[in-house]
Design a protein around this ligand. Structure first.
Ligand code: PLP
Length: 343
């Protein structure tokens, strides 16, 4: 048994996965009478369970071998799979750094995995001293780092992430959903050398494909075999695989849109700073801005009355709302509305 196998739950190691008809034959030509599909129609065949064409294209763009790429039905499926593969319900724990993305809590609860929480410092960085102390707890099997972090918007210090990856024997999942908006380097290149590291990205943000529900995870190929074992066989539909391939053939357009969003992020930040009800605009490495306001609940409901929907984060970070960077027109609608709010 290798170091990687040790990280996996016993029942998952012992699992005989569902063998689907398309596991046995991957060619596209043939007389297919194996999967009880209809012989009629244009979407009559089950999708490629391993999304080979899409992974080849992602591989060329991301510079990662196809065998190190796993695709999930959104990153949310990958988060859930991490709990299911590495954390034994009712026994194991996972470590998170709040305030952070809410699905980590939900996935932990669904899987009956206890969460250990090490709050971020005042400037929203990892408290490494506390984190290393917490990691002495042997029940922790999974650490999730969100960078750039939702809802604070900032990237974690690379040296702090490296320290955790190197000091922890269990799985470290880095959620880089917003990395395309950040100048900080992705950690995906480190997955070849660090067998316990999984780096997750998504088609939902910079690629503009949230409706297609495709999350990517880069990891050691040996670790990946367990994800293939546990996932539902046809977790990415043919329609969504095609949509993602189509998106990847328009990389120039995606880059152009990212650059527009980044310019708008700066313009929006500078304009928000001048508005009376806004007390602070936090720096952002993502496509949203966290702002501290004089009264988040009031501002949130005033905006809602004007059909402008932002994310009220008051319960998580006092006084704060999270604003997604929209088009210039949308941002102007928001700015005008905020200027008209008096508390
Ligand atoms: C940090 C983070 N990770 C993951 C996701 C979800 O990504 P997906 O749409 O790929 O499930 C989000 C969505 O808001 C997010 O903020």
């Amino acid at each position: 048994m290798t170091d990687i196998d040790i990280l996996v739950r016993e029942n998952i190691k012992a699992l005989s996965p569902y063998s689907c008809a398309r596991d046995e034959f991957s060619g596209s030509e043939g007389t297919f009478l194996d999967a009880n599909e209809s012989p009629f129609g244009s979407l009559n065949r089950y999708p490629d369970p391993y999304q080979r064409k899409l992974k080849e294209k992602i591989s060329a763009i991301k510079g990662m071998p196809p065998g190190s790429i796993f695709l999930g039905n959104g990153s949310d499926e990958i988060i859930d799979l991490c709990f299911r593969i590495f954390c034994k319900p009712g026994t194991d724990s996972a470590l998170i750094f709040p305030p952070t993305y809410g699905m980590y809590e939900v996935a932990a609860e669904i899987n009956d995995v206890k969460l250990v929480r090490v709050p971020l410092t005042e400037d929203f960085q990892i408290d490494t001293k506390e984190a290393l102390k917490a990691l002495n707890d042997r029940s922790i099997k999974l650490v999730i780092i969100c960078s750039p972090n939702n809802p604070t918007g900032n990237a974690m210090k690379a040296s702090d992430i490296e320290l955790i990856v190197k000091s922890f024997r269990g799985i470290v999942l880095i959620d880089e959903a917003y990395s395309d908006f950040s100048v900080h380097k992705s950690f995906k290149g480190l997955t070849a050398a660090c067998g316990n590291l999984i780096v997750m990205q998504t088609f939902s943000k910079a690629m503009g494909m949230a409706a297609a529900r495709i999350g990517m995870a880069f990891m050691n190929p040996q670790l990946l075999t367990y994800f293939n074992k546990v996932k539902p066989p046809y977790n990415i539909s043919t329609i969504n695989q095609r949509a993602a391939l189509n998106c990847l053939s328009r990389c120039e357009l995606v880059r152009k849109r990212i650059s527009i969003i980044l310019k708008e992020r700066e313009r929006l930040a500078r304009a928000l700073e001048k508005i009376a009800v806004i007390e602070k605009v936090y720096p952002s490495d993502a496509n949203f801005l966290l702002v501290r306001t004089a009264d988040a609940d009031r501002i949130y409901s005033e905006l809602q009355k004007m059909n402008i929907i932002v994310r009220n984060r008051n319960k998580i970070i006092r006084g704060c709302i999270r604003i997604t960077v929209g088009t210039r027109k949308e941002n102007n609608i928001l700015l005008k509305a905020l200027r008209n709010i008096s508390l």
